[in-house]
Design a protein around this ligand. Sequence first.
Ligand SMILES: [Zn+2]
Ligand SMILES: [Zn+2]
Length: 134
Amino acid sequence: MEQYKQYLESKGISPSYQRLKILEYLDQNRTHPTVDEIYSALLPLIPTLSKTTVYNTVSLFVQQGLAQMLLLDNVEARYDITVMPHAHLTCSRCGKVFDIDSAQYVQFPQTIEGHTIESYQIAIKGICKNCLVH
Ligand SMILES: [Zn+2]
Ligand SMILES: [Zn+2]
């Protein structure tokens, strides 16, 4: 918990208990959860938690650069604490979202056609290896 506290402080976020628990959840569950999933998982631990608090907290994390928001299926935003550039593969059978080390497969220059690249998202659809064996 102490390292999460220091991490939040280093990003200019005051470390309230709820923010710490949400950060811990994102760190320990790298499944690209939605606000609803984070809320349902933490509610038993924090009965006073509201969905608005979860939403505001993850939005703050995104704004301060310690998480990224993913819009993979145009339905619900998912949150990812891994901020280095990587791609996402969404399985069309089980719906799980997998991290793909995109740098192995694609590389963008810093400047494209006169535009400077700040970040990018690559969304891949497929059938994951777990579903392929079942
Ligand atoms: Zn799958
Ligand atoms: Zn990811």
